[in-house]
Design a binder for this molecule. Structure first.
Ligand SMILES: Cc1cc2nc3c(=O)[nH]c(=O)nc-3n(C[C@H](O)[C@H](O)[C@H](O)COP(=O)(O)O)c2cc1C
Length: 354
């Protein structure tokens, strides 16, 4: 058996896997470079990438400076690899972060948690590939129509996040309670149908990648068998040696089971799937966790109404303060039982590359 490479414009990705951008320093240069060296797409998450002290002084400058450093480091560690940066549309510094990516010549920008309608306008003249993240054919349609009308441009690839994904979820609570009604195979068919007329007009096929619940190499093959051109994987990469967070957080994930999963409201304005801990118990009991909003990191976050500060809670994940951390997870957490080098997880796929 061989693996078909993922072709995104002039980029050839031997292992058709995106190591997901995971925010607040989970996915930095070390993880992205390890994934890229193994033949996959390594991805740095741009959110909360600065040091805590630097961010408290000047969040914007610190984020820009640190992201540029991380991109350069990843390039040094994986000079031949394909490198992406994940930028959430919800970020208050969205445009600035895109500029850093263009200036630092990353290969790909991956953008979701909102519709990246203005993305091509911010990258004019740059060869950077643009990959929107969506969870419905409707979202795909809005992006395609807007990009066509404003920029005469197609996405270079698309990532479809299903209802079993980790992190923020582009679904209603009713859909999440009945995930089969928005199953990933159905989403793929919807997205392909919406893409078809645009692909015909531009004379180019758009690769579609699937994301949710991938913890094993068999899960990757199952997604490819559904017709996806590649996959994006988050939770499994959280429990890798290269992930940038404290060992205590990784160990907590490795011990967790699917019974520990719960979906709560995020200040981002979307449901978010997390592991149950003391913070989540307090939130579910209706408590509001006081905070000062030092970073103003999210456009849509109303700090007076928000029940907790997501930046603060993810910083607790970074430092291994399990009780107070926001522990975002996908539904595959029960299959993630160890902490391993990213390369070891990808090795069975790398071996299939011709
Ligand atoms: C800990 C964690 C952090 C994440 N952070 C981000 C992020 O910063 N931006 C983003 O677009 N998606 C983020 N995601 C979602 C992932 O990009 C990915 O699509 C998802 O994790 C795939 O599902 P899986 O975890 O079941 O593999 C995160 C997911 C996890 C588990």
């Amino acid at each position: 058996m061989t693996l078909r490479p993922l072709i995104i414009g002039d980029l050839v990705v031997p292992v058709p896997v995106v190591q997901a951008g995971m925010g607040v320093q989970v996915a930095k240069s070390a993880l992205a470079a390890a994934a890229a060296r193994a033949g996959a797409i390594g991805c740095i998450s741009s959110v909360g990438i600065g040091s805590l002290t630097g961010s408290l002084v000047n969040y914007l400058n610190e984020s820009n400076k640190k992201l540029a450093q991380e991109i350069r480091l990843a390039r040094q560690l994986a000079p031949q690899g394909v490198l992406a940066v994940n930028i959430m549309v919800a970020l208050s510094n969205y445009d600035e972060i895109i500029k850093v990516c263009v200036d630092e010549k990353v290969d790909i920008i991956i953008s979701g948690a909102g519709l990246p309608l203005s993305l091509p306008g911010c990258t004019v003249g740059s060869p950077v590939k643009l990959i929107p993240v969506i969870s419905s054919g409707r979202a795909m349609s809005v992006i395609l129509k807007t990009w066509h009308r404003r920029y005469q441009r197609l996405p270079d690839a698309v990532i479809v996040e299903g209802p079993l994904c980790g992190g923020h979820l582009g679904f209603t609570y009713a859909q999440l309670a009945a995930p089969a009604t928005v199953g990933i195979a159905m989403l793929l068919a919807d997205v392909r149908a919406v893409l078809a007329p645009f692909e015909a007009e531009y004379g180019r096929r758009v690769p579609v990648l699937g994301a949710e619940n991938i913890s094993t190499v068999e899960d990757v093959h199952a997604m490819l068998a559904l017709g996806f051109d590649g996959v994006q994987i988050g939770t499994r990469f959280f429990c890798t040696e290269e992930a940038g967070i404290d060992e205590k957080s990784k160990r907590f994930y490795a011990k967790a089971t699917s019974k520990d999963i719960v979906v709560i409201n995020s200040p981002v304005g979307m449901p978010v799937r997390v592991l149950r801990n003391r913070l989540v118990e307090r939130l579910l009991a209706g408590e509001k966790i006081p905070f000062g909003c030092p970073f103003r990191c999210l456009r849509a976050c109303d700090a007076r109404a928000a029940k907790f500060c997501i930046a603060e809670a993810l910083t607790k994940t970074l430092f291994g303060d399990i009780d107070n951390a926001l522990l975002m997870t996908g539904c595959g957490i029960g299959e993630v039982n160890n902490i391993l080098p990213a390369e070891e997880f990808l090795a069975p796929l790398t071996k299939l590359v011709r």
